[in-house]
Design a protein around this ligand. Structure first.
Ligand code: MN
Length: 474
């Protein structure tokens, strides 16, 4: 998996000086205990660092400035132990440029009624503080995440963990660079869009390259490099020669190894973590990249076919959230309209992400009906099953829109011995007719990212964070 820099999150606790030094000492001790508890839960994917008690506008401004400039910090979690008058949060919160989570929690879980006096009430008033603080975030339109629950509750901890993964992807999204080898497929509408706006809104850089630049890199690959990668393919995948002559088979697979090595060097050189190709623009290449793309997907590179930079970047973004588990580029291909058991068959001409495979993928060599090149090697497999989402990004001319559909991926009902490509099969929610109707009505395209790891909630949190219109079909 492509590495991302390990980061941490800061925990800032709201209070005020009104209750006296003794009370603040207790607040501090409770805060430290809460952070230690969250860190030792084993649920949070990144460390949480208790930073400060926020009791004045000046101290909050100082913390938020530090958050902005410290590259190690991916976001802030705030918690109101007591009431914390929110005017003091305005300046610092306005300055904050990183993801914010308001944890509506409380130190104590159960009220010990026999002990409750006014000191107790003043110390434990998260319910009071949450509302005052929440109002100012709303007023400032921070689009922050709100998680409600006791800090020892695994469900609340999981929600924080999911948000952390989204926040990390949001931060890393600012570094997503897409290399486009060739332009969009001719005459196709939905894969196009405003690249400058995407950089402003999401942080994605999208650069074009003529295929000749890539071919030059591919031509430099040595036989030893090819042999090494070929052996890795042999370890990872089953080879299925079918009617192919073994020598021919090996030659075609090794050509994909050559392409992969050239592609990877090219991407590494320019710090690209996503890319697109176009079967109409392969001058100087012997095969359309198939196995080469799929093996790069397995290493965490985002991808989409036919010059679709939007989906390539979205793929990389969602792979970061998912730690590259069960997430990849997909295309709605064919319907199976058996009454009561209707499904969508997702696939692509070659490049289906092996992170979606339910078992060891098989390497096959077969002709490709379009593109006029040599028979490409590709990975063939059946997809995993389970609940998930498909997501797509479209440019409506005035703004981007994210369309997300909840799905249930299912096992194939029968083998497809003549199908030389991978397949993932799913049922749309709420049902076949309604799901597809709403998708088409929303303008949702045929290229998506399918994930059984990334949640609907994480996608919505991101959409809010980047001020992106979103439509949910579920
Ligand atoms: Mn396509």
């Amino acid at each position: 998996m492509l590495k991302i820099e390990a980061k941490e999150f800061w925990f800032v606790v709201g209070s005020q000086n009104l209750y006296g030094a003794e009370a603040l000492k207790e607040v501090q001790a409770h805060s430290e205990e809460m952070v230690a508890g969250l860190n030792s839960s084993g649920i949070l994917p990144y460390p949480l660092v208790f930073k400060a008690l926020a009791v004045s506008s000046e101290s909050i401004v100082k913390i938020m400035k530090e958050v902005n400039y410290n590259d190690k910090v991916a976001g802030v979690i705030t918690w109101m132990h007591t009431f914390s008058p929110a005017k003091m949060w305005i300046q610092g919160t306005k300055l904050l440029q990183k993801p914010l989570l308001h944890f509506a929690s409380q130190y104590i879980k159960t009220i010990p009624w026999e002990k409750v006096d006014m000191d107790f009430m003043n110390l434990h008033q998260s319910a009071h503080g949450d509302r005052e603080y929440g109002f100012i975030n709303k007023r400032l339109e921070k689009h922050n995440k709100i998680v409600v629950g006791h800090w020892q509750d695994p469900e609340a901890q999981k929600q924080i963990a999911d948000w952390m993964n989204m926040a990390m992807a949001y931060e890393e999204s600012l570094n997503i660079k897409v290399a486009r080898f060739g332009d969009n497929m001719r005459n196709v509408a939905v894969t196009d869009g405003d690249k400058i706006e995407a950089q402003i809104q999401f942080g994605w850089t999208v650069d074009y390259y003529g295929i000749g630049d890539l071919v030059a890199k591919i031509d430099q690959v040595t036989p030893l490099e090819i042999e090494t990668l070929y052996q890795e393919y042999q370890r990872n995948y089953d080879f299925e020669m079918d009617q192919n002559d073994p020598e021919f088979f090996e030659k075609q697979v090794k050509e994909q190894a050559r392409i992969e090595i050239g592609l990877k060097k090219f991407l590494e050189n320019g710090d690209y973590t996503a890319f697109s190709t176009n079967f109409e623009d392969l001058y100087g290449m012997k095969q359309l990249p198939g196995l080469a793309v799929q093996h790069l997907n397995a290493q965490g590179y985002g991808f989409a076919g036919e010059g679709d930079w939007k989906t390539a970047a979205l793929d990389r973004f969602m792979k970061i959230i998912a730690s590259n588990q069960l997430t990849g580029f997909m295309e709605d291909y064919t319907y199976d309209m058996v009454s009561g058991n209707e499904v969508i068959v997702g696939s692509h001409m070659l490049e289906v992400d092996p992170m979606l495979a339910s078992s060891k993928p098989r390497v096959k060599v077969a002709p490709l009906g379009i593109g006029g090149k040599e028979d490409p090697a590709r990975l063939v497999f059946d997809g995993v099953s389970g609940s998930g989402i498909v997501a797509t990004l479209l440019d409506l001319g005035t703004h981007f829109r994210l369309v997300i559909n909840e799905i249930e991926a299912v096992k194939a009902a029968s083998d497809a011995p003549n199908m030389p490509i991978a397949r993932v099969i799913w049922k749309t929610k709420p049902n076949f007719k309604e799901g597809i109707h709403q998708w088409i009505e929303a303008g949702g395209g045929h290229h998506t990212v399918l994930s059984l790891t990334v949640s609907l909630e994480q996608m919505i949190d991101w959409a809010k964070l980047v001020n992106l219109e979103y439509i949910v079909i579920k």
